[in-house]
Design a binder for this molecule. Structure first.
Ligand code: UD1
Ligand code: UDP
Length: 383
């Protein structure tokens, strides 16, 4: 009997990080994969599914504009319960720290369905940051049966919390599998943005600084500070183009467009599909972001990254980690970005490609462990 796996994701980063695993599982002779999108995100998720050539088996379509965490959770719990009843999986796969991840785990737990947690064990130690993701990740960690931390540090966090060692395996982060796959595919097809697309406006040879931001704990004051820092940097460096794919959350979108929409050398564009975004990261000279995924991808591409957060659950282990953590303090952002732009020696310290978060083989390790798990379950039943 094949292993019946139900993979649940709902947001852009979960889908990107699950996509290479789904591609492998769909070709695995011993696995029957059922892909369930909760639809916590809509447009931003659809573009990922398309970029990786996937098809979802069911879409719970829960997103509403400006959704609150509680109404989102309530809809997810009900709809996931129905989905589990219909498919009756042997195991549910969840990823990371979103509302989808935790509620999918919680609903499976209520039905006695085992859960495997990918990108497990990341911790800041601060329940308010990232909010609510630190809590989602910890709660999922309590309920999951198998834990796939990306790094040794994340593994240690799980051990410290009492997770049995034989339920954990360090895999590397699947985002590096996704990134390398997309990078290769762009290279082989010599791909570049088509004429007329947003990114076609980027002149060849012009220096590009890429920006992304969306964290709920920074909404309001934090975002205003980030925008003021970008205004300052754009005025200091008129030859540089600052490209900002703006997240669709209205509380991000509206303030960013209001504060930055009229700056000549700031290009505000819609969220980019993964193909365009990987091209853009590769094209950038410097990246400013509060995104976990981008923070993991940037070093693999040899791009210095300033993290627009006060704490991170993703220490890279490099000596300069702290210098790169600039938070939402306007002066600190401007100071660090200017130093990287003005000082080539300083820049070169941060622009050597290295991959502290994964080697591109995380998905294979996850599948191998799931097959062992299935085998052990079968032995237990026979005993
Ligand atoms: C969510 C995750 C966060 C993750 C982020 C990735 C939670 C609590 N947060 O935050 O961990 O880092 O996704 O981007 O799960 N919207 C659209 N179209 C889309 C996507 C979003 O219009 O395709 C708008 C909607 O108005 C939606 C709002 O953005 O209500 C917020 O989306 P939501 O998923 O609740 O939170 P994010 O801030 O995106
Ligand atoms: N990303 C993308 N298009 C964009 C911005 C980001 O494809 O316009 C990708 C990025 O490469 C990374 C992931 O989305 O893999 C990060 O998602 P996000 O920042 O929404 O969430 P987080 O990583 O913070 O959870």
């Amino acid at each position: 009997m094949n292993l019946k796996v139900m993979m649940v994701f709902g947001t852009r980063p979960e889908a990107i990080k699950m996509a290479p695993l789904a591609r492998l599982m769909l070709n695995h002779p011993d696995i029957d994969l059922h892909i369930c999108s909760t639809g916590q995100h809509r447009e931003m998720l659809a573009s990922v599914i398309d970029a990786f050539g996937l098809q979802v088996n069911e879409d719970l379509n829960v997103m509403t504009k400006n959704q609150t965490l509680n109404s989102l959770s309530q809809h997810l719990l009900e709809k996931l319960d129905d989905a589990y009843a219909r498919y009756n999986p042997d195991i549910v796969l969840v990823h990371g720290d979103t509302t989808t991840s935790f509620i999918a785990c919680f609903a499976a737990f209520h039905r006695h369905i085992p859960v495997a947690h990918i990108e497990a064990g990341l911790r800041t130690g601060d329940l308010q940051s990232p909010w609510p993701e630190e809590a989602n990740r910890r709660l999922t960690g309590v309920l999951a049966d198998l834990h796939f931390p990306p790094t040794d540090a994340a593994h240690q966090n799980l051990i410290n919390e009492g997770v049995p060692p034989d339920h954990i395996i360090v895999t590397g982060n699947t985002v590096i599998d996704a990134l390398l796959w997309m990078k290769d595919s762009l290279k082989h097809t010599n791909w570049s943005p088509s004429a007329g697309s947003d990114l076609a406006q980027i002149d060849q040879g012009r220096k590009v600084v890429l920006i992304t931001g969306h964290r709920r704990e920074s909404l309001g004051h934090g975002f205003e500070q980030i925008c003021l820092a970008l205004c300052d940097l754009a005025a200091r460096y008129p030859d540089i183009l600052f490209v900002y794919p703006v997240h669709l959350n209205p509380q991000v979108h509206d303030v960013v467009h209001h504060m930055l929409g009229k700056q000549a050398n700031i290009l505000l564009v819609a969220p980019q599909d993964y193909r365009h975004f990987v091209w853009l990261m590769n094209r950038a000279f410097l990246i400013l972001t509060d995104s976990g995924g981008v923070q993991e991808e940037a070093p693999a591409l040899g791009k210095p990254v300033l993290v627009l957060r006060n704490v991170t659950e993703r220490p890279s282990g490099q000596p300069d980690d702290q210098a790169m953590l600039v938070g939402t303090d306007k002066d600190k952002i401007v100071r660090q970005a200017s130093r990287l732009i003005d000082d080539p020696d300083y820049y070169s310290r941060f622009s050597k490609p290295h991959s502290p978060f994964g080697d591109g083989h995380a998905c294979e390790r996850i599948i191998e462990r799931l097959c062992v798990w299935k085998h052990m379950q079968t032995l237990d039943k026979c005993a």
